[in-house]
Write a protein that binds this ligand. Structure first.
Ligand code: FAD
Length: 405
């Protein structure tokens, strides 16, 4: 009899969690498991702001996929997914096609620019390892050029971060530690550097405890960040950005613009014709796409409603990993022919910690508010836990964060 073929697309948090759980639960004779990813490494997306600012080397944020999969049970294909033909149960790759019985879509999300002119062309996004390297090198280049040019262009030293959500604030936390180092390296007066955070919403870190937000803003302001809240980026240009607060339009000349304000699902969902909202699939309780009994969607391309506030949960690694576990258990049940008992996914939010640099953070963990080194310690524990869950203690020893203060 032909074995069931399970294809997992994406080796991020959701995809690797699914695969590592499937390889443990299923025997070789029960199913063929295939993992597809565009690189042969996994990267910790939640650490990319550090690599982007240059406070952590980019090689620290990635590890070999082969280190965490069991090659005798999982076939790894390094390829780029281009489309899914749901009627034919086929995935189109840049290297060919593969068919599936069960598909797990875990390709993560994409940056959402809300149609703002010029963002795609002139702003950077913290989206993968190479994008992070480019941001770090671009900022370095601006400082190096400023230091050597005869007619100084001060705007080279201006950095704009669009968005005061999780990603924007965590990046700013790293940046305010890195920029003084850069100033020392290139003999630049720190007073000449301008770091702006521009946010259209009326608050920083929406949804976070207001007292903690106040702490975060005060810490970042102390280190030189200028917040422009309730201010929308209207356009990005070669020279910087144009912003609007009410009727007032202002131009901020900047050598670096980072867009960190929006996530949408993966556009392959739209291309494949699976029902979606901004490329995110409002999944059934068992994580399957409505109308597609053999397709699971997890991570940033899925949408799960928080019934308490009737709004979607923000896309996080925490949720992607929990979905991976439930998705794997549900697939095992389907492979073993017990469809009637599929598990319902319910996020178990243990807490949220937002880093403000290496030794500072804010967070709520198991209902307790934390700031400073205690919160930063928790952040590192959360980072290490993600490694542990996917790759076990050896991965934690290899890649973990142990620089506790
Ligand atoms: P990802 O982890 O993004 O993985 C997707 C994988 O698919 C990648 O390996 C990618 O290379 C691959 N891929 C994509 N397209 C293709 C293709 N076409 N073909 C082949 N492979 C492809 N969440 C938290 O819970 N806590 C945090 O502290 C936190 N901090 C964050 C900080 C930053 C700077 C950022 C950017 C995000 C942060 N998040 C955080 C959000 C979190 O990183 C995401 O929610 C999470 O990564 C989503 O997991 P995923 O499995 O859906 O996708």
């Amino acid at each position: 009899m032909r074995k069931t073929k399970i294809v997992v697309l994406g080796a991020g948090y959701g995809g690797l969690m699914t695969v590592t759980r499937l390889q443990k639960a299923l025997g070789q004779e029960e199913a063929d498991i295939v993992l597809v990813n565009k690189n042969d490494y996994h990267y910790e997306t939640t650490w990319l702001h550090e690599a982007s600012a240059g406070t952590l080397h980019h090689d620290r944020v990635r590890y070999d996929i082969n280190n965490v999969i069991n090659r005798s049970k999982v076939e790894f294909i390094r390829a780029e997914v281009q489309d899914i033909k749901t009627d034919e149960k086929k995935v189109i790759l840049n290297t060919g096609e593969i068919d599936y019985d069960y598909l797990v879509f875990a390709l993560g999300g994409e940056s959402e620019t809300f149609g703002i002119q010029g963002l795609k062309e002139y702003a950077f996004t913290i989206s993968n390892v190479n994008a992070a390297r480019q941001i770090r090198e671009h900022i370095d280049y601006q400082f190096a050029t400023y230091a050597t040019e005869l007619e100084k262009q001060e705007e080279r030293l201006t950095i704009v971060v669009g968005g005061a959500g999780f990603t924007g604030i965590e990046f700013l936390g790293e940046l305010v530690n890195r920029v003084p180092e850069l100033c020392r390296e290139y003999d630049i007066d720190y007073a000449k550097v301008r770091i702006y955070c521009v946010e259209a919403a009326p608050m920083v870190l929406p949804g976070f405890d207001p007292e903690l937000v106040q702490y975060a803003v005060a810490q970042l302001e102390k280190k030189g960040v200028e917040f422009k809240i309730g201010t929308a980026i209207k356009e990005a240009t070669e020279d910087g950005i144009k912003v609007a607060k009410g009727d007032d339009i202002e131009e901020i000349k900047a050598g670096t613009v980072i867009w960190a304000a929006g996530v949408r699902g993966n556009s392959i969902i739209e291309k494949a014709g699976i029902d979606n909202m901004r490329a995110r699939v409002k999944v059934n309780p068992d994580l399957r796409a409505p109308g597609h009994d053999n397709i699971f969607v997890i991570g940033d391309s899925s949408l799960v409603i928080n019934e308490e506030i009737n709004r979607p949960y923000p896309p996080t690694a925490q949720i992607a990993m929990q979905q991976g576990e439930v998705c794997a258990r549900n697939i095992v049940k389907l492979v073993r022919g017990s469809e009637g008992e599929l598990e319902t996914f319910k996020p178990d939010i243990k807490g949220t910690v937002c880093s403000l640099g290496d030794d500072d953070a804010i967070g709520v963990v198991f209902g307790k508010k934390l700031t400073g080194t205690k919160a930063s310690f928790m952040k590192k524990m959360i980072d290490n836990r993600a490694l542990l869950m996917i790759g076990g203690p050896s991965l934690v020893l290899k890649k973990g964060k142990f620089n506790f203060i």
